[in-house]
Write a new protein. Sequence first.
Lengths: 128, 386
Amino acid sequence: VSALRLEDDLGVEPLFRLEDGAVRLLGSRCAGCGTIDFPARAICLECGNAHESAVLSGRGTLHSFTMLENPPAGFSTGYAYGCIDLAEGPRVLAALVGERFTIGQQVKVVEARVRDGLEGFRFGPSNA
Amino acid sequence: MREVFITGVGMTPFGRFPEKSLEELGRAAILGALADAKVSQRDVEVVYAGHARTGRLHGRENGVGQLCCWSAGIRDIPVSSVGNFCASGSTALRETWIAVGSGLYDVGLALGVEKLSSRPEGGQPLTSDGMELEGRLGFTPPAFFALMAHRYMAETGCSPETLAKVAVKNRSHAAHNPLAQYRQPLSVEEVLASPMVADPLTRFSCCPTSDGGAAVVLMSRDAVNRFHVRRPVRVLSSALTSGGYRADDLAHLEIDRRAARQAYETAGVGPEDVDVAEVHDAFTISEIVHYEDLGLCAPGDGAHLVETGQTALGGRIPVSTSGGLLSRGHPLGATGISQAIEITTQLRCEAGARQVPGARIGLVHCVGGFIAHDAAATAIHILAAV
């Protein structure tokens, strides 16, 4: 049985794509002030203008992290979890690949199982 | 806005009461508040009811206020439900304050009620409304506050032992509160040795699953005089705001700083005037960060407040004298009202063994819910003895 994709489970537009083997996040950029967000949004929080599609590098800095030992429903095992500030500005909260992390380290998005039976993305060390 | 006073309080014990219905919990709280205010059902002119999880858990997204009012003998008046995450009760209090303060009504009742013990995913962290994408990517409320804890510890050098001392302090306060969910003594060792939920937060670093109801009666000055209220407590200010959704430093909550500024400005007092506070200590780290965001100490000094006992009973500024969410319990919608009840009880000098001597000004803080990567709602009320 092939795992369901995150976007299909949510019923939303694709959140990322592969480009030359690298994962790119599909976000948006404000036509007015240039502010970038992820996931893609319709209206800018900063200036109220419309957003257009934008492809993000998927690279960022780990603002903080934790290890979830008592996982929520849908996760059969514990996992590392982080707050990532993407290079283009948006903040993302997501599970991490790996066990040892430091605040301020560089991370990048990788294709990964997000929870039981669901494929999507996590973040991992950028040098991995 | 006219002056508004809290003139009656009532709440059920907080805990796990699988045999009690929402209706029973709400009715008991309402009847308690009416009796304390020495008014009857027909004196109440408007009701706002806060509840957050009654839709998912009990098939009642709407009408919990009417259900409890109907059960308690209140009819023929405007009754509205207020859902605002963990701040649902605080928001019901604010709506009632607006209704009475505006001059439309003289006597209002704010109710909060919740029954979480029936949730099917017992033993696992409570999820958060609306976090569909984030939840699939691994989000839980304890995870968010664990991120806050790591960031805070990295910036200040605060240790897991200091975090644990918040739970120990609040448990020692709860020992004096007969309505609190957990009252037996707790040690730092026990907090640290309890099962890890989200590093560094252990089970006893997180608030429990709770059921309960709480209600307060609010009155205008005219009604205070008409009903010969003995010890009214004045609502000096009520501030409510929503998230800024910016990528701020997670070692603080910008939403709380914004709400606190508004609350102090409207009340005409500063943090140095606050004698006692109930804050939203859903997790040990939260309380320390709330001290700083509410201005009870300088940024970075929150851990020092706990270490030196300044926020314990007998300290400079006792916080969570009820036992807080950690030990009094956290039945979401009822929490904000129960916090206002604790501060009202303190300002009436009726808190018994947990009384803060001479308390004149108290603060109530509630932060709830998430949108994207930020908190969704913060409500702050500042109350004063008259």
